[in-house]
Design a protein around this ligand. Structure first.
Ligand code: ATP
Ligand code: MG
Length: 325
């Protein structure tokens, strides 16, 4: 095993009856790095996290966390990790502070240490005002921050966050991202699962995309986006203008596609700050008025489609998704 890897998994397999949850997964996370494990529902993310955090035993393959084997040296692994599970179990009738102190005590801190650490974390995660309210009254975002704080009581060097922002509103997600970034600035090694490309993009140094228990791509966010064709600029003109594609050409990365009616233009671009307004200004200078401009970043769906040729959901589920939203 390479010395500076804090998380290393080789050929992890796990089945539940006929369901193959993990079909030979390799992962590597150097000390102080953030790995984003990106995949749709049922891809195997939680199964992988459960194995790496010693809650489940693989059928085959091996993994080391903080230098210890997750099966043979489970206790040593547990001393080095913090986990925020998808179904975290905190006590509803206790206050945020009481929950943290209790978990600190269960993790082996003395009462005074636990109280001190709880107060620090409540402050760090902006929960001071809510500290003495019972958990029942917490919003989803507050609860996730408390979950995260609970995983950090003993200052573990390695942290696992299983979908830390799923179900949060946009403001709470951004708040959570700030909290996570702060942790990494403190030198923690982090494995984070998510269903959102933008989240992996915001937080992760490297991203592993998994689907049906297999790694289907591995790279930085920029590398993954390049594989999917990157960002796209889409423009709608107020009226047809034959020079529009020519004006656009210097700003784009490939051919400009013009729709049949001649009003909509689409082209691959390298997404840079201010690109949309620069393009609109250039068109305006050429006497071409724009009704609508959109810089489309590739989504997880785009990444998936480019990598696998199929959407993230099977068609049956895709219908369900539409019906739900
Ligand atoms: N305890 C279990 N018993 C039976 N099947 C399971 C069990 N745990 C997971 N599975 C199955 O294994 C596959 C992978 O599940 P897993 O929970 O790891 O996915 P996930 O990527 O975490 O999905 P999500 O984004 O919905 O949390 C799924 O098909 C799931 O139904
Ligand atoms: Mg899961």
């Amino acid at each position: 095993m390479t010395h500076d890897l804090m998380i290393e998994a080789r050929g992890l397999r796990k089945s539940f009856g006929p369901t193959v949850a993990l079909d030979g997964i390799d992962l590597e996370v150097p000390a102080g790095a953030i790995l984003g494990v990106l995949g749709p529902n049922g891809a195997g993310k939680t199964t992988a996290v459960r194995i790496l955090t010693t809650l489940s035993i693989p059928d085959a393959g091996s993994a080391r966390v903080a230098g210890h084997d997750v099966v043979r040296e489970a206790a040593a692994v547990q001393r080095n990790i913090g986990v925020t599970a998808q179904d975290a179990t905190l006590d509803e009738v206790l206050t945020g502070r009481e929950n943290l102190v209790m978990i600190g005590r269960l993790s082996g801190l003395r009462r005074a240490q636990a109280r001190l650490r709880a107060a620090e974390l409540l402050d760090q995660f902006d929960l001071v005002d809510a500290a003495d309210r019972v958990l029942k009254e917490y919003s989803g975002g507050m609860r996730r921050r408390l979950d995260l704080a609970a995983g950090l009581l003993t200052r573990p060097p390695v942290l696992f966050l299983d979908e830390p922002t799923t179900g949060l509103d946009p403001t709470s997600r951004v708040r959570m991202w700030e909290v996570i970034r702060g942790l990494v600035a403190d030198g923690v090694t982090l494995l984070l699962t998510t269903q959102y490309l933008d989240e992996a993009d915001e937080l992760a140094d490297r991203i592993v995309v998994i689907d049906h228990g297999r790694v289907i791509a591995n790279g930085t966010s920029a590398e993954l986006k390049t594989q999917t064709g990157g960002a796209r600029l889409e423009l709608t003109l107020s009226e047809v203008h034959t020079a529009a594609a020519q004006v656009l050409a210097p700003f784009v990365e490939g051919a400009v596609h013009v729709s049949h009616d001649g009003r909509r233009l689409r082209a691959p671009v390298r997404a840079t700050t201010g690109l949309a307004s620069t393009v609109v200004r250039a068109l305006d200078d050429a006497g071409i008025t724009v009704d609508d401009v959109e810089l489309r970043q590739p989504s997880l769906d785009d990444v998936f489609f480019a990598l696998t040729g199929h959407p993230t959901e099977e068609p049956d589920n895709a219908d369900l998704e539409v019906a739900r939203s």
